[in-house]
Write a protein that binds this ligand. Structure first.
Ligand SMILES: [Zn+2]
Length: 75
């Protein structure tokens, strides 16, 4: 299951969309950055996690711990 950017429509894998941070501290949703337009895309990790399980170490990317401060857009 691919991630689709809601802003520009770019479609890619989780490896392409860099991990930015969690939407809610206790939630499964995360922000990822579109490689094309650099918009933040909200991803449901639970929904896509079985796609590439084992390929990526959870939360161990270079952006770990960064706080993403952009205001959340209500869809
Ligand atoms: Zn985009």
């Amino acid at each position: 299951m691919a991630i689709v950017c809601r802003k520009c429509g770019h479609k890619g894998t989780r490896a392409e969309f860099r991990f930015l941070g969690h939407v809610d501290s206790a939630g499964a949703n995360t922000y990822r950055r579109c490689p094309k337009c650099e918009a933040a895309v909200v991803c449901d990790e639970v929904e896509i996690i079985d796609d590439e399980s084992g390929k990526e170490v959870w939360g161990a990317g270079p952006l770990r711990g960064r706080v993403f401060t952009r205001k959340r857009k209500e869809a």
